[in-house]
Structure formats: structure tokens, C-alpha cells
Design a protein. Structure first.
Length: 266
């Protein structure tokens, strides 16, 4: 008998009639609230107008949801959604993609930079990506509570039996890929916080943003090797969709990090 952890958690915290509060929604909201608090502390420290913060929070929240949804639609489910366009707006049915969220946030912050801060987009990205890393941790914990985005079968002693997942052989121990990602994102958050508070990284435009991209999407790239593919079309691919989408983000992040390191040593 293999040692394993039985994961039989209900996605709902409580239900009243047809209304339910789910762990995923709670953790998603908690990530944004903590993000607001963190950015507020950074803005106060750097003497930045706090009236900019509410607009930043609104732009980022909307961009995350819309970007993540459209990312899922176009990257993973276009064959279905092109035939059922009304399903696109039904976010409550599930289907969010972190790469889409990243693209959405960058686009929204470009607009924010033009209309609100009147500064370079890299200026605000260096602030926002720090709490985004923490929010990513909470979102992956939400995926864990939903028994979704699971790992492949394993013989390790900490394998999870996702008995509520819609998969073949749900009692087979599997890698808790969501937990692996959550831990990596939490570590990334710690590194980015250290860079902001204890180094001169925030004075180097794009340095923190670049480090975020490298840390988050490198972790995502490697963890994908032990995750079940999300869509059937990924079967047989040398790299799955999540990995292909991660590569450009890692390269972009490496560009900003290397550029700043060269400037520092020049």
C-alpha cells in the first residue's frame, strides 16, 4: 500500500439554498485585499499619492479576471467557445488562465500609466508584481480546494488522492501540483519583497518586474511536467500550452534583469 493523503475537501465553505461561498472565491478576494494593503504601505513609504491606489486596485482586479478568462478561452478552449460564445461570460463555470491574467494586467497598467500616473509602465509594474505573486499563491490554494489543476500519478509519500476530481482513478496518489506552485509563488513573493525593502532594485526600472517574470514562469514551466494536461489537444505535445506560454515571459523577464545588472556594473 502506498502512503498518500486523502483530499476530500468540499469546495464550498457553506451553502444557503442556492447561494454558496467557496474557498476559491474567498482566497481570490483575500489575495487582492492583502495586495491592496501591501501596495498602500509601499506608496506611503515612497510618498506616492494614495488617491492613485483605488484606481490601481480597480484596474488590476478587472484586468485579472477579464484577462484570465479570455486567456482560457483563446489559449485552451477556443474550439468550444467559438461554437458557444455565450459561455465566455460565464466565469462561474470555471476556466481562468494565469498567462491571460498576466497579459491583461500589463495591458491595464499601460492604460493606467497613460491616464493616471503619467509615468513609465515599468514604474507601476515594479510595485504591482509583488502582491500579484502573493495573490498567485492564494489562487493556487483555491485550485487545491477545488481539486483542480492536479498533478500526475506518483509514488511519493505525500501524494494526494483527489477523490472529488473528475478524473480516471481518483484514488490514485497524485502530485499536489497546486501546492507546489503555491509554495513557489510564496517564495517568489518573499524574494520580491526583499528586493524592494532591502536593496536598490526599485530604483532600477523593470528590475523587480523582470525578476517576477523569471521566478513565477520558470516555476510554472517546470511544474507543468508533473501536471495533468488541461485540454485534450495538449496530449502528444513535447511541451504543453502552459509551458509554451511561459517561455516568452521568462525571456522578457531575463531581458530586464540582465539589462539592469549590466547597467549596475557599467
Amino acid at each position: 500500500m502506498l502512503l498518500s493523503i486523502l483530499w476530500d475537501i468540499k469546495p464550498e465553505i457553506f451553502t444557503i439554498g442556492s447561494f454558496s461561498v467557496r474557498w476559491y472565491g474567498l482566497l481570490f478576494a483575500l489575495g487582492f485585499l492583502l495586495g491592496y494593503y501591501i501596495v498602500e504601505k509601499m506608496f506611503k513609504k515612497d510618498g506616492i499619492k494614495l488617491e492613485w491606489l483605488d484606481k490601481l486596485f480597480l484596474y488590476t482586479m478587472i484586468a485579472t479576471v477579464v484577462g484570465a478568462r479570455l486567456g482560457h478561452v483563446f489559449f485552451y478552449g477556443w474550439e468550444f467557445y467559438s461554437q458557444h460564445p455565450a459561455e465566455i461570460i460565464k466565469v462561474w463555470h470555471g476556466g481562468l488562465a494565469s498567462h491571460g491574467a498576466a497579459i491583461g494586467i500589463i495591458a491595464a497598467l499601460w492604460f493606467y500609466s497613460k491616464k493616471v500616473s503619467k509615468k513609465s509602465i515599468l514604474w507601476i509594474l515594479d510595485y504591482v508584481v509583488i502582491p500579484v505573486a502573493l495573490a498567485g499563491c492564494f489562487i493556487r490554494l483555491g485550485n487545491l480546494m477545488n481539486s483542480e489543476i492536479i498533478g500526475v500519478k506518483t509514488t511519493v509519500s505525500w501524494g494526494f488522492e483527489f477523490v472529488r476530481a473528475s478524473i480516471e482513478d481518483p484514488k490514485a496518489p497524485r502530485h499536489p501540483a497546486q501546492l507546489y506552485e503555491a509554495i513557489c509563488y510564496l517564495i517568489s513573493f518573499g524574494i520580491l519583497m526583499f528586493m524592494y525593502w532591502k536593496t536598490d532594485a526599485k530604483q532600477r526600472s523593470g528590475m523587480i518586474f523582470g525578476a517576477f517574470l523569471v521566478l513565477i514562469f520558470t516555476a510554472r514551466f517546470f511544474i507543468e511536467f508533473i501536471k495533468e494536461n488541461q485540454e485534450a489537444f495538449e496530449e502528444g505535445m513535447a511541451l504543453n500550452m502552459g509551458q509554451w506560454l511561459s517561455i516568452p515571459f521568462v525571456l522578457l523577464g531575463a531581458y530586464f534583469v540582465i539589462k539592469n545588472l549590466k547597467a549596475k556594473t557599467a
